[in-house]
Design a protein around this ligand. Sequence first.
Ligand SMILES: *Cc1c(COP(=O)(O)O)cnc(C)c1O
Length: 398
Amino acid sequence: MKMSQRTIYYLDNNATTRVAPEVVEVMLPFLRDYWGNPSSVYTFGRQVARDVESAREKVAALVNAEPREILFTSCGTESNNSALHSALAAHPGKRHVLTTAVEHSANIKFCAALEKQGFEVTYLPVESDGGLDLHLLEKSIRPDTAIVSVMWANNETGVLFPIEEIAAICRSKAVPFHTDAVQTPGKLKIDVRDVGLDFLSLSAHKLHAPKGIGLLYVKRKTKYHPYVIGGSQERGRRGGTENVANIVGFGRASELALAHLAEENKRIRGLRDKLESGILHSIPGAVRNGAKEPRLPNTSNISFEGVEAEGLLLLLDELGICVSSGSACTSGSLDPSHVLMAMGCSVSRARGSVRFSLGIYNTEAEVDFVLKQLPAIIARLRSHSPKAKLVPERSVPA
Ligand SMILES: *Cc1c(COP(=O)(O)O)cnc(C)c1O
């Protein structure tokens, strides 16, 4: 596909990220020259197997796991599905899953499919700031709960759940715990040993590596039942010939994320805060969705009263500004965000919400450009919208 080379202002890094040039560079030899099958017995294959294992060490270091606790998958979605599937298959007598109402569709829709198969799922509600009631979480764990699955950072609002405390509750009840940490690496330190969990999902394309590669961390002594069944790749835990170039790229992206974590985060947080406070101060009827803290340093979710996000996204697109309403995975459907609805937002507030998510390639000039353009665009949309004349909606406390 040919695209025009106009400037884009990419503020949608929770949807996907640019593949880092350093990552492309280490991948190319595996597409051009070293295309052997890592399972082959001859040297041309075995060499490639060694590079896969070296990448496994790098992604393991990103989360402080042992390399053999890392299982490569095709994406974050597969990792999430696999964790739930494994826990249910490992404990056939246990037919209950405990999760939250604000998970990514990779979890919510899998759970809905489980319910159709006769499993029981509890979707914990959240408070108006997006937080969880841990007392309720603890009370909702049942003797037949096979797994608790709670995301680390929300992809729409950036709100963080207290993963250490949830892991401790699960350990005290001897229930396996899974977290969807797809939005976390490169933004927060991840230490699976410190947290003490059983399963953790990551996706490479949220971390400046290509789409189509993810991982599932499975704690050493946790029982594992494969989801994708076939060859004996990944020590029999996930069939399918390894996506070698992507795995190697994921390894490099993990090294870069670890190396730049502290420094980049401070800068990105500064840009996000400038963008957010700039919008909230210059545009009347703009409100943040979700708690200010604890929150990812890169994400800001804002509702514009009397505005439909769909229209706003189109006008921003004309300027080359890329942002999302809801998550990229569910937008396109006209349903208001399930995350904002679970936080008790009105339908109109949810429909007027836009997610800005920054990344390592964003600059202050880009933030300034958005801050300069946005007030006039919002005013233009409001002048066309009958909703603008409605009584202002009471804002949900942050
Ligand atoms: C993007 C995302 C996923 C899905 O990852 P894919 O690799 O696109 O399947 C899952 N969970 C969260 C929180 C995400 O942001």
